[in-house]
Ligand binder design. Structure first.
Ligand code: MBD
Ligand code: FE
Length: 280
């Protein structure tokens, strides 16, 4: 009897080639991956040339990924994959108290940002833009203030670049680590963020063009919130006045994360944002 290489019997053969030392989880996940890849390939009748174009695309992602830009994350983001994974990981359930909604970490997080006392500014160099004073409280889901919570925050300069992408910004500009006080409070000065295009001169940009999509993200500030013995919380806040808040190139906006930047009476603070976080 002749072996077919184009139907399910071939897929079964490939899945069935896994040996007895494969863990049950790997057997399940890799089996599912093989099934989906084969189904996708059959459904779209992928040719050798098309497959090779895909391989070259994947190789290029690896070549562009570095400390300054992670195209693996960027391409995931354009496909909505990071947002899907984030939401599946952090599905909020149950009646007892609500956690702050999560959002994707994106390709530009750096650990080890400078530690600042509350009230300090993360602006190390004048790069223009409007000052903003961000303040609030971190509590557990029952509303009890949490002291000693570390808040790492980061955002772009008005030119749309994170510090590591921009030779004209000092190391860790517009990034900082703050710690909540005994009442769970934190505050810092930063810039009112501006909307900006994600890098679109690499594979992620090619994908956007193929899909006739724009590269813009609404203005946002990133947060990574950690405390020993607690889960960590990764999220972003968005300026309600930004046009892209309903049209984010990477599908990461959630209603609970859209905040008002109101007028502050103090000129040195200019814009005023309150953001209360709850998690456990
Ligand atoms: C960003 O700045 C970002 O935050 C995300 C999630 C994706 C691309 C660029
Ligand atoms: Fe970002």
């Amino acid at each position: 009897m002749e072996q077919s290489f184009t139907d399910q019997s071939f897929t079964d053969l490939v899945i069935g080639a896994m040996g007895p030392k494969t863990t049950p989880k790997m057997r399940r996940i890799l089996g599912s991956l093989i099934q989906h890849i084969h189904d996708f390939t059959r459904e779209n009748h992928i040719t050798v040339d098309e497959w090779l174009a895909g391989v070259e695309f994947i190789n290029r992602i690896g070549q562009i990924s570095d400390d300054k830009r992670d195209e693996g994350i960027l391409v995931s983001d354009v496909f909505g994959l990071e947002s899907l994974v984030d939401s599946l990981t952090n599905q909020i359930g149950g009646a007892a108290g609500q956690s702050t909604e999560t959002a994707i970490i994106g390709p530009f997080y750096r650990s080890g940002s400078p530690r600042y006392p509350n009230g300090a500014s993360i602006i190390q160099k004048d790069v223009g833009g409007e000052l903003a004073w961000v303040h609030g409280r971190v509590t557990d889901k029952q509303g009890k203030p949490l002291a000693g919570v570390e808040l790492e925050v980061w955002h772009t300069a008005p030119n749309g670049l994170y510090e590591q992408q921009d030779p004209d910004q000092p190391e860790y500009n517009l990034r900082g680590t703050f710690t909540t006080d005994e009442n769970g409070k934190y505050d810092y000065i930063c810039l009112r963020p501006t909307s900006y295009p994600i890098p679109y001169d690499g594979p992620a940009g090619d994908l956007l063009r193929l899909m006739d999509r724009h590269p813009n993200r609404p203005s946002h500030i990133h947060w990574r919130v950690t405390k020993q013995g607690y889960h960590s919380l990764i999220t972003q806040i968005y300026d309600s006045r930004d046009d892209y808040v309903t049209n984010d190139a990477v599908f990461a906006v959630k209603d609970g994360l859209v905040v008002e930047f109101t007028d502050a009476s103090d000129e040195a603070k200019k814009r005023n944002v309150q953001f209360e976080l709850a998690y456990d």
